[in-house]
Design a protein around this ligand. Structure first.
Ligand SMILES: [Zn+2]
Ligand SMILES: [Zn+2]
Length: 243
């Protein structure tokens, strides 16, 4: 076991991220692609309703949402020269993902056999997604190499830069990961505060922070819900008699 560099919980041996943080990173790489249509929509001129009570605008509306333009801009692939910097700054999505893919590729040992039959281990020289060089291709490439990425010391920085990128996207698209309140009480504290989020591997309790896997939740629910349902029926019957 080792310790997750992001959340300080147990991580698999040789990994710098725990399963929960790795899951979140993978979902965020997917989210970046899923929100592209919304970002592109934000590039259209603002044709929203006029301000209430206003007879006109003090300023002409900007022709595009500049933040969306920043995110979708072509830019240049960014070599991650400062892996311990704390900002994605205004780096657009494409160059940020391509930059990390190239950084990962340069670090990835490529195993090959030379003409004398000796197995050699080299560094890869570049990342080449088979499906082109668009944002979906870089996202898919990074997801494919995620099991390797989490074993590298720079995994924490990669995690934070992608989190930062998704936060920038969400400020433009106003999207948030879906959350579902679960109906069984928390096995840790008994509160009805268990929540499932689409970007989280674990279901967690908003009252006490208890976490459990979806499988553990299903087993727990199977144990407690029949008794709770019987109790609810007894209460309802009691109220019926009292009425
Ligand atoms: Zn973690
Ligand atoms: Zn709890």
């Amino acid at each position: 076991m080792s310790t997750c560099t992001v959340c300080q919980t147990d991580a698999p041996a040789d990994a710098y991220l725990c399963d929960g943080c790795t899951y979140r990173l993978r979902v965020r790489l997917r989210q970046v692609v899923a929100t592209l249509p919304l970002l592109r929509a934000a590039l259209r001129p603002d044709t929203g309703p006029a301000q209430r009570g206003g007879s006109g605008r003090a300023h002409s509306p900007l022709p595009v949402d500049v933040r969306a333009l920043d995110l979708l801009g072509p830019g240049h692939p960014v070599p991650i020269e400062d892996p311990h910097g704390d900002q994605t700054g205004g780096i657009p999505i494409g160059p940020l993902l391509a930059g990390w893919a190239r950084y990962l590729a340069a670090d990835y040992p490529a195993v090959w056999t030379d003409r004398y039959g000796t197995v050699r281990i080299d560094r890869c020289t570049d990342a080449r997604p088979r499906t082109g060089t668009g944002i979906p291709a870089w996202s898919a490439w990074l997801q494919a190499y995620l099991p390797y990425a989490v074993t590298r010391p720079w995994a924490e920085e990669f995690y934070h830069q992608v989190a930062d990128l998704v936060a920038r996207i969400e400020r433009v698209t106003h999207t948030r990961p879906r959350r579902t309140a679960k109906d069984a009480p928390c096995p840790g504290c008994g509160a009805f505060a268990l929540v499932e989020r689409e970007d989280e591997l674990h279901i967690h309790c908003e009252a006490c922070g208890h976490r459990l896997t979806p499988e553990a939740y299903t087993a727990h629910r199977g144990e407690v819900m029949p008794a709770l349902a019987a109790l609810a029926l007894r209460i309802a019957a009691g109220q019926h008699r009292a009425a």
